[in-house]
Design a protein around this ligand. Structure first.
Ligand SMILES: NC(=O)c1ccc[n+]([C@@H]2O[C@H](COP(=O)([O-])OP(=O)(O)OC[C@H]3O[C@@H](n4cnc5c(N)ncnc54)[C@H](OP(=O)(O)O)[C@@H]3O)[C@@H](O)[C@H]2O)c1
Length: 324
């Protein structure tokens, strides 16, 4: 495993990490979740990503219980949660917000479900255009000061919003946002490669990137439709179906698969290694619904050296016009 600093912070995270979206709850619980976590941890993964909203809080419960069963010492891993959508239905002030009341109560709920005294990382899961950024920055900084979280950051905020938050924190000597969690893969690049470009140097922003396989599209599994048991077949995830079965993207996936074959790699490994190759990325959060996928994906690091400029040029030619 390789480790990188989370932006300009001193915290080192494994360059491949493991997250629980969709999988913990709808697909994995008990032994299945534990096996995936153990396979990742044994390979040196030290960062495990989660969110309040995943499976309505169940994902945090499953991860917390699994880690307890596995007996990992608290100092050996980094765990996150993300707050924004809320899990209290339509209750005013507790959904789609980053106001002080929600944030200060939501973190307590997350810690209780995990069975932890603190999370290492906490993210504002989306931006909230209605709450002043200043209110959110003070609340997040207070959360860090209280010891309930060690570092805070954002997810899918615009560069302008991230810079505004950082500057407010700088002005008031508060804990600054350290990391952002954007989607980044062969088909989703603009934010990481263009919009955030100045933030890496200017404010030392670190990235924990999500969906390196575009929800499984970049494994080739959707080339002939939706396989039984795959993410796109699950109730509640119908909204993913059009993009996963898109004919143009799947044609590109077939071409990418040929490149992977020529490198003696799987397509998943090629796609994940391509994300790791970007030095702005602190860690690529992978997802898996079974141990064999965890093992396949962790093999990406062995492929990294094979991505020479000629290969990158071929990949760019195939994805040109399809990447946003
Ligand atoms: N901040 C945010 O807004 C946000 C949003 C999304 C995700 N995330 C984080 O990022 C993590 C990763 O995202 P993601 O799960 O979407 O990642 P992904 O790598 O794009 O997709 C993972 C899914 O692809 C399939 N898969 C994975 N490896 C495979 C392999 N080797 N062969 C065949 N199929 C494979 C599995 O689904 P099936 O087996 O079910 O088909 C797996 O659950 C999440 O767990 C979460 O922690 C954050």
């Amino acid at each position: 495993m390789q480790y990188r600093r989370l932006g300009r912070s001193g915290l080192r995270v494994s360059v491949l990490s493991f997250g629980s979206w969709v999988t913990f709850g709808p697909q994995l619980a008990g032994g299945g979740a534990e096996e995936c976590l153990a396979a990742a941890y044994e390979a040196g993964v030290n960062f495990f990503d989660n969110a309040e909203a995943y499976a309505g809080g169940e994902s945090e419960r499953i991860m917390g219980a699994s880690i307890r069963n596995l007996g990992w010492p608290r100092h050996s891993y980094v765990v996150s949660t993300k707050l924004f959508w809320g899990i209290h239905g339509q209750v005013v002030n507790m959904r789609n917000t980053l106001n002080r009341k929600y944030l200060s109560q939501a973190i307590d709920g997350s810690l209780e479900r995990f069975g932890l005294d603190f999370v290492d990382l906490v993210f504002c899961h989306r931006a909230d255009p209605e709450t002043p950024i200043e209110e959110t920055v003070w609340a997040m900084s207070d959360m860090v000061s209280s010891g309930k979280a060690l570092y805070w950051g954002t997810s899918e905020w615009s560069a302008e919003e991230i810079r505004a938050a950082w500057e407010i924190a700088e002005r008031h000597h508060l804990h600054k946002p350290v990391m952002e969690q954007p989607q980044y893969n062969l088909f989703t690049r603009r934010r990481v490669e263009q919009e955030y470009a100045r933030l890496y140097e200017d404010i030392g922003l670190g990235l924990t990137t999500w969906s390196p396989l575009a929800s499984g599209l970049l494994t080739g599994k959707y080339a002939d439709g939706i396989p039984e048991g795959s993410r796109a077949s699950l109730p509640g995830y119908e909204w993913l179906r059009d993009s996963l079965t898109d004919p143009e993207r799947n044609a590109a996936v077939r071409e990418l698969d040929k490149i992977a074959g020529s490198l003696d790699a799987t397509l998943a490994q090629l796609a994940i290694a391509w994300c790791v190759r970007n030095p702005a990325v602190s860690t690529v959060i992978t997802g898996a619904s079974r141990v064999s996928q965890v093992t396949d994906n962790l093999g990406a690091l062995e492929v990294l050296d094979r991505l020479d400029p000629g290969v990158i040029e071929q990949i760019d030619a195939i994805t040109a016009g399809l990447a946003r």
